[in-house]
Design a protein around this ligand. Structure first.
Ligand SMILES: [Zn+2]
Length: 429
């Protein structure tokens, strides 16, 4: 019989220090539930930060129960990608799907565009592991909080006036220039304010370490005093500041909450992070889908595993200074006109899109229908058995299972649980 074109994967993991510990981590719970992570045993002290599904070499995944990587399998069966994907992406799977679990903030970061990634990789291969761009989207599995994109100018101006330590870290001259431009609503001033915003961010990134540490300590003390005196510090993000400063003492990234939107999303809502967008996830669990790259330029909120990736100048230069309200950062989903169980998260790029497949509890069977691209399905809720003409043995679609589906293959599911929830990453070319 021909080789299976639909098969389960054994996924890679990353144990970064910002990950949730033990069973608190959705990554760990999925690993524990998956029928295909042979040899996994959960350790309550380990920080299970990321689960990787794709072909990136930093944390490869394998055809389950074999020692063959998915990358090697695709090399041997390039038709599995689908004709257009194979041509456009030179025989490579263009996306990577992850699950992230974090209760400590991730580094303040942005990802380069393709051209910039090529330059960075050529100059500093020790820091930048590949030459690919990395747009990403994050779909919440639990209530999730993150920073994403610059706040509207008026909000930033408000904080600059209200928070003396922020004003001082940025410096009086740059702060005043920003405040006077942001205060006027005509087009010329707004344009000047955008230029000035870049100066503000840059000044914060390049502020002397000792000055940053001192200002943060003063601010920490001040907010604690205000709380002790019964004052409400919510409007100035006081609690969030203290939380970040506990996690990353003396780290300039703690000030970022006053320049960037703080976005809270519910399960199944998503944040869209295009290239060059400043962002930092703060807490929650999510499915993250991204182009198959791992280039990160950091600007604080970094522990010992990530501080080598801080590059304050490069980050300040590359960012999109494109202020927008918080609500703009939440992705609009599109229903599938052909299937009421499916909604799409489509960031409008060639590398990837995601379909959420949510099957109600009374449904007993369902067909995951063919696509012209290869896809990876992750089951986050429920249990089903899948059959495919090439697969031979039935495949378990139990919570935690990650299944590779070649282009142009249907999978018939017999559902044994009450309801099923899956995310399917694919290439929309
Ligand atoms: Zn990122």
């Amino acid at each position: 019989m021909a080789e299976a074109k639909v098969f389960p994967l054994k996924c890679g993991t990353q144990l970064y220090l910002w990950g949730k510990k033990g069973r608190q981590s959705e990554v760990a719970r999925l690993l524990e539930s998956s029928p295909y992570q042979s040899g996994f045993s959960l350790n309550s002290e380990t920080t299970y930060a990321e689960l990787w599904m794709g072909t990136h070499r930093k944390s490869p995944c394998y055809v389950a129960d074999t020692d063959k990587t998915l990358e090697a399998w695709i090399d041997e069966h390039p038709d599995c990608l689908g004709k257009k994907v194979r041509e456009k992406f030179k025989g490579q799977l263009p996306f990577l799907m992850k699950v992230l679990s974090f209760d400590t903030a991730l580094p303040l970061q942005a990802h380069p565009n393709k051209k910039h990634a090529e330059e960075l990789f050529a100059r500093h291969p020790e820091k930048y592991p590949d030459d690919n761009h990395k747009p990403e989207i994050a779909i919440a599995l639990t209530p999730m909080r993150g920073m994403c994109g610059f706040r509207p100018l008026s909000e930033i101006a408000g904080y600059l006036k209200e928070i003396p330590e922020l004003y001082e870290a940025i410096g009086a001259e740059v702060s005043e220039e920003f405040l006077s431009a942001a205060g006027a609503s005509d087009a010329a001033h707004q344009k000047a304010a955008l230029r000035s915003l870049k100066k503000c961010f840059r000044a914060l990134m390049l502020c002397n370490d000792e000055v940053v540490a001192k200002l943060l300590a003063v601010m920490d003390k001040r907010i604690n005093k205000e709380i002790a005196a019964g004052r409400d510090v919510t409007a100035s993000n006081g609690e969030l500041f203290l939380q970040l400063h506990r996690q990353y003492p003396a780290d300039r990234g703690c000030f970022a909450i006053y320049l960037l939107n703080v976005v809270d999303i519910d399960p199944n809502q998503a944040i869209d992070v295009p290239v060059n967008e400043a962002h930092a996830y703060i807490s929650g669990d999510c499915v993250e889908v991204l182009a198959n790259g791992d280039n990160v330029v950091c600007g604080g909120l970094t522990d010992k595993q990530f501080s080598r990736l801080n590059d304050f100048e490069t980050l300040s230069d590359m960012l999109r200074y494109d202020p927008a309200p918080c609500s703009d950062k939440i992705m609009q989903t599109k229903p599938d006109p052909a299937d009421p169980n499916v909604v799409f998260y489509d960031p409008g790029i060639d590398d990837f899109a995601v379909a959420k497949i949510e099957i109600p509890s009374k449904t007993k069977s369902y067909v995951i229908s063919r696509m012209s691209s290869a896809s990876i399905v992750l089951v986050v809720k429920g249990d089903a058995t899948g059959t495919n003409v090439t697969a031979g043995e039935p495949i378990s679609f139990k919570r935690g299972a990650a299944i590779f589906i070649s282009a142009n293959q249907d999978v018939k599911l017999k559902i044994s649980s009450r309801g099923l929830l899956m995310f399917r990453a694919y290439c929309p070319v």
